[in-house]
Design a protein around this ligand. Sequence first.
Ligand code: AOF
Ligand code: ZN
Length: 363
Amino acid sequence: MTVADDAGFMAGALRLARNGFYTTDPNPRVGCVLVKDGQILAEGWHAQAGRAHAEVDALAKLADRTQARGATAYVTLEPCSHHGRTGPCCDALIEAGVGRVVVAMQDPNPLVAGKGLRKMRDAGIDVSCGLLQAEAEQLNRGFIKRMLTGLPFARSKLAMSLDGRTALANGESRWITSEQARRDVQNFRAESSAIVTGIDTVLADDPSLNARVDFAVKQPVRVVLDSNLRMPLNAKMLQLPGETWVITCHDDPDKQLRLRDAGCRVWQVGRRMGRVDLSEAFKLLAQQQINTVWIEAGAALNGALLDTGLVDEWLLYVASCALGDQARGLFHFSQLQSMAAKKPFKFNAVRQVGPDLRLTLSR
Ligand code: AOF
Ligand code: ZN
C-alpha cells in the first residue's frame, strides 16, 4: 500500500464521516473504511449518538466477518476505548483480527485520549495516527474545543448593509440580505448544537430559532440570554418543537417556575456588569454537551461578546445597499477615545452568496 493509497482511503473515510454532519451531535462525526488487498470491503460512519460507532458500523456491513482478518481500517478519529453508550471500538477491531489501523487524529475525549491507540498496539496491530489530521480536525471543531477547553466553538452571525448598518433606527431589519444568504444561515444553524440570542432580539422579532432545511438534522437547542427574566411566556419559540433554554442571572423563583411551566429550561448563572456572565453561560453550555454555538443577536450582545474571547468566528454577510447613518450599527460599546482603542479583526475568508458577500473573521 502506497502513501497515496492511504491518503485516498482516508479521504474516503472523511467523506463518510460527513454523512453524519447534521446528526451525530453531541458526538463527533466519524467515518471508517475497511480495506484488503487494495479493495474496499466495507464503509461505515457514525450517524447518531447512541447508535453504532463508525468502526462497528463498517464491521457490521461486511458480507462475512472473517473478511476483516488482516484488513486495514482507516478511521477519522482514534477508535474509542471506553464503555459509553456503545462498547469500545478498539476491542471490536482487535476481535475482528484487523492487521493495521490508520487513524487521522487522536480522540481529545479524556476517556479515550490515546488509550485506544495503545490498546490496539499492545494487541499487535500496526497502528499509525496523523494522516489528514487537519481535515479531520476541521470536521469536529466544536467537539474538539469542548473536550480540550470546556467551552463550545462559537460563531456569531452578523448581517449588514454596505454602510455597516444592521437595522433601521425604528428597529426594522427584515431583510437586509438576500434569500440566498438567509438560506446559507439555515445550513449553519443546522450544523450547530445551539442557537444563542439575546432577550432584546426575542422581544423585537419573536424569532423561531430553528433550522429550516430539507434534510434530516438534530435540531439545535434555542438559548436565550435573559439577564432580567423578561422572556414572554407566549414567545413563539415556546410553541415550536425542540428545546428552549433561558440563561439568566435574575434570582426570581416565581418567574423561573412560570417559564419552566411554559416548557423552558431555566439556568441561573452569575452576574457580571449587570448582565449574565457570558463566560459562565458558555461554560454551562459546554457542560451540557453543546459543541457548537451559533449566535444570532443584536448590537448589545455582540458588543458584549467582542472582547470576551468566547467567539471563535464572526460570519458577516454584507448586502450591497445603504441604510444611512441614522440606522443602527453592528456592535454596541462605549465610545472610543482614540484610534489606538479600535478593535481589530482578521479576515480569514470571503465568499459570494447570491448577490451578497460572506466574510469570515476572527479576532
Ligand atoms: C469512535 N468511533 O464513530 C465515534 C467515537 O456515548 P458513546 O458510546 O457514543 O461514545 C461517545 C464518545 O466516543 C465520544 O465522546 C468520542 O470520544 C467517541 N466517538 N469514537 O471510536 C466513532 N463517534
Ligand atoms: Zn467507538
